[in-house]
Design a binder for this molecule. Sequence first.
Ligand code: NAP
Length: 331
Amino acid sequence: MTKQIVLKSRPFGIPTADNFETRIVEIPAVAEGEVRLTTKIVSVDPYLRGRMSDAKSYIEPFKMGEPIVSGLVARVTESKADNLNVGDYVMDRLPWQEEMVLTASGLQKVDEKLVPLSYYLGILGMPGLTAYFGLLDIGKPQKGETVVVSGAAGAVGLVVGQIAKIKGCRVIGIAGDDAKNDYLMKELNFDAVINYKTVENMNAAITSACPSGVDVYFDNVGGEISDAVVVQINKGARIIICGQISLYNATRLPVGPRIQPILLKRSALMQGFIVSDYADRFPEGFKALVNWVVSGQLKYTQTIYHGFDQLPEAFIALFEGKNLGKLIVEV
Ligand code: NAP
């Protein structure tokens, strides 16, 4: 028997603990070609909110009464498969379940000696690859340009800002907490920061932080923060639509300003993307990120919740801004 966490009801607005339910389920014996896994680290990510609603999206909604699925690192505790041994670690999108029996083929083995295991869910995993491809492929930052990133102190934002610094850009981070912004300035050498929760006039703050205008805007949050950045873009600017977390819990979508005239007059590009668009180039992104991490050019920070039962609370914490860097749960 093992524990799993399922979706009990679809959230309306900000998710609450009542939307989740813990169940005890039976797991089968390990058959030929299968492994038993024990969950070690679970990633909680903003995009899971989209899967909790039944609106049409780029990925199927979670079914009611079925376990939430997210990036997860697990240890092989029993094996009847040739490709995995007891003690190996794997990383995949797997159910929120303490133990499980799965077919071994297709499970991705990870090297626990290269970096700490949690990195495979953060800087070397989906968030790191999102930052890498979104910024470099769409944003194409050039030396000396001004790059603004919102959600700057989160899993994706921290990597975006640091890669932009590696590329020789002036980097401005927008986050909702002074301690996070201190970290961005002191530890990651951002050039300026804005606390969107306490700033009196967002437009004035961006003008002051970006005296030469904005060449690249990496948008993790959308809403009024992005409205204020977009009016400051330069000719030929690139706007990367990575996430819109400020709208994920909206029960009615707010109407924003008309931005097409700005894009038109400044010959600017605005492009959305999903990291899986780059799946065939993941090895390239992984290699570059590993090199920067191992050489110390990319710093990594994470916020850790402890215990399987903390998963719903950790997920909800993303919408309360409780994390600096990648939010994970160690089981
Ligand atoms: P994260 O930034 O580590 O965590 C979420 C952060 O968002 C919170 O810490 C909070 O920081 C901020 N936030 C929460 N509610 C907000 C609001 N109403 N307005 C402004 N900021 C708010 O999460 P992440 O995994 O790195 O993801 C960042 C964004 O990228 C998300 O929108 C996510 O959906 C998106 N994403 C997209 C892809 C893709 O393939 N396109 C892949 C991964 C992630 P503050 O303290 O600053 O408020």
